[in-house]
Design a protein around this ligand. Structure first.
Ligand code: HPA
Ligand code: ZN
Length: 333
């Protein structure tokens, strides 16, 4: 199974670039930027990666991002992730970035996106990997702040495909961002959002009905409401599920209790993703392996997950078809 997963062509649709920041690279960039990390070593830092909930993780994740200052830092961060993609046969990646985490600290939007974009261009040439970018609004900040970010993004619109919504979910419902999502769609961005990771099914309803999202990040708590499940199936919305993230943030207590297989049996379109691999202990292939083992998934299940990852990507249908035929060839062999 391990080899089957390793070589399976796949797309990663739920990935925060700031969450790919490996401790070794963090220390290296901190050093060259003359910034002190409040941990003595990579080992001490990794010991702090024990979380009881989403907020515990977010506090450390934002702290880690503070060493990123220059275009080169964002380039190195992104390129390191894309190298890992190439090793895992990730053929296409939809990369979320959190501009406000950086602009709040005085790093310009241009610095952030230029570094990320250039790494994508080089990786595309070197590894033949396809990428696109999702600009995520931080939901713990105000809608006004998100509007400011939307404004700042406009000169770089050609590099951005979609908008997302991440950070602390509870207490920050999708309704808070209704107007900025409308404005983002008017600018041509595709709407996506985290919903139902810690928030209840109502938050998922809001994301569907007020933000009109075309894909749901996480979506676990949709299962609380049967009519919501039916609606998600009817609208053909995929869920970007992140098993190791769910375990690390205690959304599930044990991977054997993970609802991924149940979601599939209910007709929901599921994909497997790493979310924040540097913090949750595994890249996308490790997520596939962990959930395969925990739920005893068959090769056919794995092929369906890989198929979904391309089918529910934001690529045009022709490109999707080309990747889908790679999956078919692999899965038929
Ligand atoms: N949930 C919400 N916000 C995030 C996450 C997540 O899993 N990862 C990075 N920002
Ligand atoms: Zn996420």
């Amino acid at each position: 199974m391990e080899n089957f997963i390793k070589n399976l062509p796949k797309a990663e649709l739920h990935l925060h670039i700031e969450g790919t920041f490996e401790p070794e690279l963090m220390f290296e960039i901190a050093k060259r930027n003359n910034i002190d990390i409040p941990y003595a070593s990579v080992y001490e830092l990794k010991k702090a990666y024990a979380f009881d909930c989403l907020q515990d993780f977010l506090d450390i994740y934002y702290q880690g991002a503070e060493v990123l200052l220059h275009e080169r830092d964002f380039f190195d961060l992104t390129f390191a992730y894309l190298e890992k993609c190439a090793e895992q046969n990730v053929r296409h990646a939809e990369i979320m970035f959190d501009p406000q985490t950086h602009t709040e600290r005085g790093v310009s939007f241009e610095t952030v996106i230029t570094g990320i974009h250039k790494a994508c261009v080089v990786a595309e040439k070197e590894f033949g990997i396809s990428t696109l970018l999702i600009m995520s609004y931080l939901r713990h900040l105000s809608e006004e702040d998100a509007f400011k970010t939307l404004e700042e993004s406009l000169p770089f619109k050609k590099w951005i495909t979609a908008v997302g919504l991440d950070s602390s979910e509870k207490g920050n419902p999708p309704s808070k961002f209704k107007r900025v999502f409308e404005a983002s769609v008017a600018e041509g961005y595709i709407p996506l959002a985290h919903a139902g990771e810690e928030g209840d099914a109502d938050y998922v309803w809001e994301a569907l009905d007020l933000l009109h999202i075309v894909r749901i990040d996480h979506g676990n708590n949709s299962l609380q409401d049967e009519s919501l499940v039916r609606e998600i199936v009817k609208r053909d919305l995929a869920l970007t599920v992140c098993p190791m993230s769910n375990l690390a943030l205690k959304v599930v207590q044990d991977l054997r209790e993970h609802p991924l297989k149940k979601m599939m049996s209910l007709g929901m379109k599921v994909t497997v993703n790493s979310d924040d691999p540097a913090y949750f202990g595994g890249q996308v292939n490790q997520n596939f392996m962990a959930i395969q083992r925990a739920l005893d998934l068959s090769k056919e299940d794995l092929c369906e997950l890989a198929r979904n990852s391309f089918q529910y990507s934001l690529l045009d249908q022709k490109t999707k078809n080309s990747f889908l035929s790679e999956v078919e060839n692999y899965c038929a062999a």
